[in-house]
Each structure stands twice: as structure tokens, then as C-alpha cells.
Design a protein around this ligand. Structure first.
Ligand SMILES: C[S@@+](CC[C@H](N)C(=O)[O-])C[C@H]1O[C@@H](n2cnc3c(N)ncnc32)[C@H](O)[C@@H]1O
Length: 279
């Protein structure tokens, strides 16, 4: 870990009024650049709902910046007490500082800084899994966030990011997950390691493909399912396609070339997870 917060691991409260405070600069850097997030192993999630989700799910929190509106809000006060008890530094800031940190005219009343958490491919236990979703070079933060949220909604085991993917800890991705980031296990891996892993997968390896020969509603989804979704521009590449036992297609009748990646993932996951989804 690096950065000005390194020496402030004991829970405390600090008032910040200066825009040039190093912690304000650190948070701005975490929001602005992947490089800073990766170096520090930290990320930013805006808003009280995400703070509550993160704290309830036991994620490690470094800072919780709270604006004037949060001071009379019992849920925000509870979040601050819980964050402080876990060693976070509570930053009492004014709206101008919250705005500057987040580069927003109407910032959320709280902004949290958390430690990144991913797990290794080796930690996946196929025998305990039902459905893992693997994304081949996903590029769009909104798509990734929506897929993580959908994986959470259907009770999937987790999401694997294969190759050069967009940052799951970018503020746009985190926002699009609507808190599901804190509940869905995430794995980052290379294509080579993933292909090796997929070759040993004991269940079905299902790829979604525009040239797929099987209607997604008629496919056999033998558990555990490893579902592969392609890149937004290029789809699944040849080695990833070859790793699949089955290539499924979602029928289309209009002029659209393909479905949006997150929509295709949602449609497919709801079919695969149908036995688990009852009102
Ligand atoms: C925007 S599409 C990629 C389009 C890309 N031009 C191609 O040729 O594959 C992104 C991903 O969504 C999934 N997808 C989109 N529409 C689909 C469909 N009708 N059937 C199956 N998968 C689909 C596939 O995983 C695809 O790789």
C-alpha cells in the first residue's frame, strides 16, 4: 500500500477544509486514474448505499468522507461509526471539497475509499460452484458493472475477467454495480491461464456467439456452468471459442448486428439460472 493514508490506520475523525490537503488529492487521483488505484490497491465508491453495502459485507475501508448533509443523517452516522470502528479515518468535509474530490456539482453525501479485493483463479472450487461468468476483454465500465449486478441478482458464483479488461474498481463500474461489487467474487486472469482452467472445468463450458448453432433456450447447461461472453467489438476470440463445449446464440429478427454485451449476459444468465429463480 502507498499514499498519505498509510500511517492513519487507526480510526479517527479529521476535519478537512483545504483543497490542497494530501488526502483530498489522493482521493481525486484514485477517481481519475487506474494507475493510482492499482498502485494503492484502493478504490472509491460514492454514496451512502454503497458505504452501507461495503461495511455490511466486511470490506476494508480506508477513508469515509462525510459532507454536511450526512451529519444529521442517522444511517450516515451509523456508517461513519462502523467505519471508524474498523480503523477508517473519517473525513469531515464541506460540500465544496466533496465536489472537488468527485468532480461533481451535486456530490453524494458520503464518499468511501476501500481496499480492492479480487481472488485468484486457483481459489475457484468448481465442485462448490453453479455458474461462473467469464468476460473476454470487457471494455465498457457500464457493461461490466451491469454484469456484476446481474450476476448478483441471479445468484451466480462470480465473475472472471479474462485478459485486458476495463477496471472493475473504476468509479463508473462501481456505480453501475449498485453495490453488487461488494457481494460478487471477482477473479482477474490472463487468457492463457483461463484457457488452461477452462480445459479442466468439470461441467459445461458455454460460449455465447453470433454464429452459435444452439438456441440458448434449448441448450443443456450441465452444472457447474462456465459461461463465456465476448468482447464488445470482437466477440470471443478463436482460442476462447475453441475452449467451449457449446456455442449458444440468442435469436434476433431485426436489423441489429448483435445485442449489447450486458443485455446478452442478462438474458443468458436468466435462462441458465432458471431452476434457482422462483418468486
Ligand atoms: C456486442 S457483441 C459482439 C459483437 C461482435 N461484433 C461479434 O462479432 O461477436 C458482445 C458479446 O455479446 C454476446 N452476444 C451479443 N449478441 C448475441 C447473440 N445474439 N447471441 C449470442 N451472444 C450474443 C456475445 O458474447 C458477444 O461476443
Amino acid at each position: 500500500m502507498s499514499g498519505p493514508g498509510k500511517t492513519t490506520r487507526v480510526g479517527a475523525v479529521k476535519q478537512i477544509t483545504s483543497h490542497s490537503n494530501p488526502i483530498v488529492k489522493e482521493i481525486k487521483g484514485l477517481i481519475a486514474q487506474r494507475k493510482h488505484r492499482t498502485q494503492a490497491g484502493l478504490f472509491v465508491a460514492e454514496g451512502l448505499k454503497l458505504a452501507t453495502d461495503a461495511l455490511e459485507a466486511g470490506w476494508d475501508i480506508r477513508y469515509l468522507a462525510i459532507g454536511p448533509d450526512a451529519r444529521d443523517n442517522p444511517i450516515a452516522q451509523q456508517a461513519a461509526a462502523s467505519a471508524k470502528a474498523r480503523g477508517a479515518l473519517i473525513l469531515e468535509v464541506n460540500t465544496a471539497i466533496l465536489s472537488a474530490m468527485t468532480r461533481k456539482d451535486n456530490p453524494q453525501m458520503v464518499v468511501g475509499v476501500y481496499e480492492q479485493r479480487t481472488q485468484s483463479l486457483a481459489s475457484i472450487r468448481p465442485e462448490e460452484a453453479t455458474t461462473w461468468v467469464a468476460l473476454d476483454r470487457v471494455r465498457d465500465p457500464g457493461n461490466l458493472g451491469t454484469i456484476i449486478r446481474t450476476a448478483d441478482a441471479v445468484g451466480a458464483s462470480g465473475v472472471i475477467l479474462v485478459g485486458d479488461c476495463t477496471d472493475p474498481f473504476a468509479v463508473e463500474t462501481v456505480r453501475a454495480t449498485m453495490g453488487s461489487l461488494f457481494h460478487v467474487p471477482l477473479v482477474k486472469t490472463t487468457r492463457e491461464a483461463f484457457l488452461d482452467f477452462a480445459a479442466k472445468w468439470p461441467g459445461s463450458v458455454v460460449g455465447t456467439h453470433l454464429e452459435g448453432s444452439v438456441d440458448y433456450r434449448k441448450a443443456e447447461y450441465g452444472e457447474p456452468v462456465l459461461l463465456l461472453m465476448g468482447n464488445e467489438q470482437q466477440g470471443l476470440d478463436a482460442p476462447m471459442t475453441s475452449a467451449c463445449n457449446t456455442l449458444i446464440r440468442i435469436p434476433q429478427v431485426g436489423q441489429a448486428d448483435s445485442l449489447n454485451l450486458a443485455v446478452a449476459t442478462g438474458i443468458t444468465l436468466y435462462e441458465i439460472r432458471r431452476p434457482y429463480l422462483e418468486l
